[in-house]
Design a protein around this ligand. Structure first.
Ligand code: NAP
Length: 284
């Protein structure tokens, strides 16, 4: 039997992914003989693909679009956070069985440490209502005491489902649902705006979830979960003079948290970040 540590990524249209670079950097840093495989397939192939992958001796899987939700029914158990936000981005494989976790919350929280005072008891504007939006809301409320969330989505049913989920899980959080058409800009301001849509990211670099007339000054911190170089929304935020964070720290943070779940090994953040993204400049 091989002593190589095998991990991988489940996703679709993820040619842009930096996950293999991150895990290669972890293997090098920890002097581990390891390999990383990307399993790229559409949603309808998940049951059959996953069954084969789980039998292959793999130790852990990162999960990304579009499988974070649909993978849940294949898990033997879910961690409390994965259950609360109904999204799995990390699978530990033990004796051929899959255990679902969510480490997006850990990764999301990392770059916000220096903004904790701004966030406490504040309101946040969340663009998107998928798995990453739910991780962002969960972390902002439980780690940073954000009290109120305006969530913008394009599908009413997804928005309503998000609200119902958090009514049970985050009793003290206030969740307002809006579409871009119904969102008023009046006197409201937000401590943070989170882009949890793929718009502006690798596969949609020219697009935006915001109208051109969006008043950027109504926001103190802009956090785009995408991590493509030259992201035009991060640039726009910087031009407006507000703090701008991209998804690169989150990506590395969630991978390191997953690696610890899979292997029990704690890996230092900064050397891995710098091996993949270059020098760490928080809030760049
Ligand atoms: P998801 O579950 O598919 O949710 C995506 C959300 O964006 C949904 O609310 C979806 O609306 C909305 N959306 C998609 N296409 C849109 C469009 N053309 N116009 C308007 N809204 C649109 O995906 P996710 O896992 O939450 O990921 C969201 C983004 O965050 C992705 O780009 C992903 O790469 C990024 N992300 C980054 C990290 C990181 O570590 N940096 C971690 C997680 C996610 P509907 O509900 O109507 O489909």
């Amino acid at each position: 039997m091989s002593s190589e540590l095998r991990v991988g990524l489940l996703g679709h249209k993820v040619a842009y992914s930096k996950s293999s670079e991150i895990f290669d950097a972890i293997f090098a840093r920890e002097k581990i003989k390891g390999s990383f495989d990307t399993f790229d397939f559409p949603s309808e192939d998940l049951p059959q693909q996953l069954a084969g992958i789980l039998k292959s001796g793999i130790k852990g899987l990162s999960v990304t679009i579009p499988h974070k939700r649909s993978v849940i029914e294949h898990m033997k158990e879910l961690s409390p956070v994965a259950r609360a936000i109904q999204a799995v981005n990390s699978v530990a494989v033990r004796n051929g069985e899959a255990y679902g976790f969510n480490t997006d919350c850990d990764g999301f929280a990392l770059p916000l440490r220096k903004h904790s005072e701004v966030l406490k008891n504040s309101s946040a504007l969340i663009l998107g209502a998928g798995g990453a939006a739910r991780a962002a809301i969960y972390s902002l409320h439980t780690d940073y005491e954000v009290k109120s969330f305006t969530v913008i989505g394009r599908t009413i049913a997804t928005l309503q489902e998000l609200k119902a989920m958090f009514r049970e899980e985050l009793e003290n959080a206030k969740i307002l649902l809006e579409t871009l058409e119904t969102l008023g800009y009046g006197d409201t301001d937000w401590s943070i705006m989170v882009n949890a849509t793929p718009l502006g990211g690798w596969n949609h670099p020219e697009e935006s979830p915001l109208p051109r007339s969006f008043p950027w000054k109504a926001v103190r911190v802009y956090y785009d979960l995408n991590y493509n170089d030259g992201n035009h929304l991060c640039q726009r935020a910087r031009e407006a003079g507000i703090a701008s964070i991209d998804g690169s720290m989150m990506l590395v943070g969630q991978a390191i948290a997953s690696f610890e779940i899979w292997t029990g090994i704690k890996v230092e953040f900064e050397p891995i970040y710098e091996a993949v993204f270059g020098q760490l400049v928080e809030g760049k």
